[in-house]
Design a binder for this molecule. Structure first.
Ligand SMILES: *Cc1c(COP(=O)(O)O)cnc(C)c1O
Length: 349
């Protein structure tokens, strides 16, 4: 197996490599918890809780995450949702109209949307029947302009983890950046790839507070990678990309680790019950094993069942247009009460 030659200077776009980042007032005098008179940022001086610009480096929040994930703060970048983090990755590494990225459908739709927005060619390598990547096929598609491979694990919409061994092979062979999107990692007992960042300079792990942490509304995405990669992304992120209210709520919530763990535990228990119940529904043909907070199931006629559920006041996701997902519906695991109502509704159909 070829050993990768990872040289970040070769990989980063020239204009980004040479970029001088904007230096904000809060970048120049950084101790803004200090008892100083702040006349440097043209803010309104009358206190209302948010009259000051937020910390551009989100130090307090990063300190908590660093401790919990056992990694240095220098390996963390925060964004306005994972979506912003993913967009920064495109802008750092992919030259519009020249470079390409690899996606493994069926998977998260934002990789494609962001490729289109950034005018980056997308090479799709479909997952196999078990929703695992075909490593040989990936490397048949890879060329000199392939800069990023996006791996979603657990995968949305299929719900399964991507096998460790296959990810390892991709990490070892790919000369570009490998992004592992772990939006659903808290719903599995398998461990995160964060601890592999030291060994793999080309690895980026993304997580989010939108799913397990229950904070989809505040928009907080997290990127873990080598210091080199983080410093490149830091250079191009908007200076105040994570607002003050988001930083406060995220800090509060990440400190309530036990509460989050208990909710996740309940969701996992509910997932098992829902899985069981779905298997008793006559028109459910296949239920895919899930390591996430949703279950993908194949039904007799997804459009029809989707519409019937809508008429009963229940909105699920019809994933039928996705590769390998003909006639599938994706059910997010709700509260005990919500899941009961869903099962009753399905039984009535
Ligand atoms: C929901 C989801 C996210 C979360 O994105 P945010 O912008 O952080 O809310 C990221 N990746 C995948 C695969 C998802 O399903």
């Amino acid at each position: 197996m070829n050993k990768i030659q990872f040289d970040i200077k070769q990989l980063v776009r020239k204009n980004i490599l040479n970029l001088k980042a904007y230096s904000s007032a809060r970048d120049e005098f950084t101790d803004f918890d200090a008892k100083m008179i702040f006349l440097d940022a043209n803010e309104n001086p009358y206190e209302n809780g948010v009259n000051r610009y937020p910390d551009p480096q989100q130090k307090n929040l990063k300190a908590v995450l660093a401790k919990q994930k056992n990694i240095s703060e220098k390996n963390i970048l925060l964004g306005n949702g994972s979506d912003e983090v993913l967009d920064l990755i495109y802008r750092a590494f992919c030259e519009p109209g020249e470079d390409n990225i690899i996606t493994l459908p069926p998977t998260y739709g934002m990789y494609t949307v962001l490729a289109n927005i950034n005018n980056i060619e997308e090479q799709q390598v479909q997952l196999d029947k078990d929703f695992q990547p075909d490593v040989e096929e990936i490397f048949r598609k890879v060329n000199m302009n392939s800069k990023v491979v996006f791996i979603c694990s657990p995968n949305n919409p299929s719900g399964n983890l991507i096998e460790q061994d296959r990810i390892q092979q991709i990490l070892k062979r790919f000369n570009g950046v490998v992004v592992i999107d772990e939006a659903y990692i808290d719903f599995t007992d398998k461990k995160s790839w964060i601890s592999a960042i030291k060994e793999h300079p080309n690895l980026i792990v993304t997580q989010t507070l939108s799913k397990a942490y229950g904070l989809a509304g505040i928009r907080l995405g997290i990127c873990y990678a080598s210091e080199e990669i983080i410093s490149v992304l830091n250079k191009i992120k908007p200076p105040y990309n994570v607002n003050e209210l988001t930083q406060q709520r995220a800090l509060q919530r990440t400190l309530e680790e036990d509460k989050v763990k208990n909710e996740v535990k309940s969701i996992i228990e509910e997932r098992a019950k829902l899985q069981e119940a779905l298997s008793t529904i006559s028109f459910v043909e296949k239920i895919f094993f899930s390591d996430a907070n949703f279950i993908l199931a194949r039904v007799d006629d997804a459009n029809k069942r989707y519409d019937q559920l809508i008429n009963m006041g229940i909105v699920v996701r019809n994933r039928s247009t996705q590769a390998l997902c003909e006639n599938t519906l994706r059910f997010t695991v709700g509260t005990t009460e919500e899941n009961k109502i869903l099962i009753e509704a399905l039984k009535q159909l």
